[in-house]
Structures are given as structure tokens and as C-alpha cells.
Design a protein around this ligand. Sequence first.
Ligand SMILES: C[S@@+](CC[C@H](N)C(=O)[O-])C[C@H]1O[C@@H](n2cnc3c(N)ncnc32)[C@H](O)[C@@H]1O
Length: 262
Amino acid sequence: MTDIREAAETAAEILLNGGYVERWVEGAIFPSEMAFFIAVCSVAGVDRVIESGRQDGYSTEILGDWASHNGRQIASVDLEHDAARAAACRQRLAHLPIQLVKGSAYEEFGRLVRDRAGRRLALIADGPKGWPAISMMAAGVDDRVEVVALHNLIPGSAVRELFERLGGPQTFYERALNDPGPRWQELRAREIAFAGGTAARSLELSSLGVLRLDDTNRSLFTNAWRTEFGLHQPAMVRALWQLGAYSAATKLYGLSYRLLRR
Ligand SMILES: C[S@@+](CC[C@H](N)C(=O)[O-])C[C@H]1O[C@@H](n2cnc3c(N)ncnc32)[C@H](O)[C@@H]1O
């Protein structure tokens, strides 16, 4: 079985060879964060990734590139509120085998997880974020989901603390790769040289938490019940999806925000 160091070398190679470091744009997930995500997915044997939040398609193109080598499936959801931006994104991704979905992830994630495609799944959210993204993914986790990832986990935040508690320090690449190989080191050096001086987020500490699920943390994650979720408790969202009331799930998130600011 491939270990995470070896998988990170292969993933770094995809990013370096594809010229992704120099194509990174502000707001997108950093190259090393995406490389770590696909490395964890490779180790976990993931054959289908469901993403929410693609914007200009930076993270989505990397997922599609990785998937195209070995028949894995990628589905990506975005609101596509900006029609021109969405059209440019779709054109950028047209050469890749990606299922592009327009809509709210609060309902489309439910449809995609429940369509039974894929044997081993990974979920990644970069819009929505925070507690709404966590309850949405927790609602979608079943026995097939091996990896759950969320972006913008700011140091010191409660959402980051939850990820670290469930997944351990190896949820972030700094701790998972304490002796990285040469390709990973080159990837890091190149992204710091390219974006280090200009990026709004720090390149010192990663903010993509990548949680590898096992029987224990899967159960804790799916059954989470927290005041931070407000009305969108994972059990409620899952129940609506099970009833086929997908659009009601989006309304639940809206209502929770209006009534409780959560
Ligand atoms: C930061 S951008 C994503 C960047 C992308 N992951 C990358 O690395 O290139 C956030 C995106 O999330 C989308 N988004 C926010 N809330 C959403 C929701 N509830 N459902 C679907 N997409 C959502 C926005 O439309 C926006 O395009």
C-alpha cells in the first residue's frame, strides 16, 4: 500500500508538470493543499470526489487532471451566480471528465451522495465554508466516504479545532509530511516564490483540513449535534435528503441564518 509520503510525491508531480503553481489565482486553494488532498485520496483508494465551490475552476481542474489518469470520477457543484465567470470556468474544464453541476450545494451534495455512484468517496468544500459546510458534509457521510476536506480552517478557529480533534494533527500536511520528498519540497519552494509575497492568506500554515475517516470518527462526524449548526443539524439535513426534499434543505440553511445567524 502506498504511504502518504510516496503519494505526496506523485501528487506534487501532477501539480508541477501541469504548470498549476504558476496558474494559481487569489481565492483558490493553494497548490500544496490540493496536492495533499489528492495524496490522501490516493492512499484511501478514493474513486469519486464530490466538490462544492469551484469559482474559476482552479481546484476543479487539478481534481480532473488527477482523475483523468485512472478513471476516477469528479463531480463539482457551484452556484454559478456570475454567468460570464461560470461560462469561462466551464470552457477551462471542458477537456476533463468532470460532472459540472449548477446549484446550491446544500441540495446538490445530497443528490450526488445519494446517487450511489462510486465505491470510495471524498467530499471537499470550499464554498460554503465553516459550520454550514461541516453540517452539509456530515449529512452526506455514509460508509463509502473515506475523506472529508474543508478549506479556510483558520488557526485558532473552532472548526479547525474540530477537524484536528477528529483527525489528529496529520489532518494538515505540515504534520502528515514531516519528512517530505524532493518533489514536495520543490512544489512548496515554487508556490512560496510565486505567491508568497502577494497572497492574502499565509503560506506558512495550510488551511485545508483533510480528514481521513475511520469507524470511530465517521460516527462522531455524522452524528454531530452542535449549537453552532443552529437549525441545520446534520440529522435534519440528512432526513430532508432521504425524503427527497432537497430544496427544503437549502431553505433550512437560509432559515437558520435568518433566525439564529448560523
Ligand atoms: C473560494 S471560491 C472556490 C475556489 C475554488 N475551490 C478553487 O480553489 O479554485 C468559493 C465558491 O463557492 C461557491 N459557493 C458558495 N456557497 C455555495 C453553495 N451554497 N453552493 C454551491 N456553491 C457555493 C461560490 O459560488 C464560489 O464560486
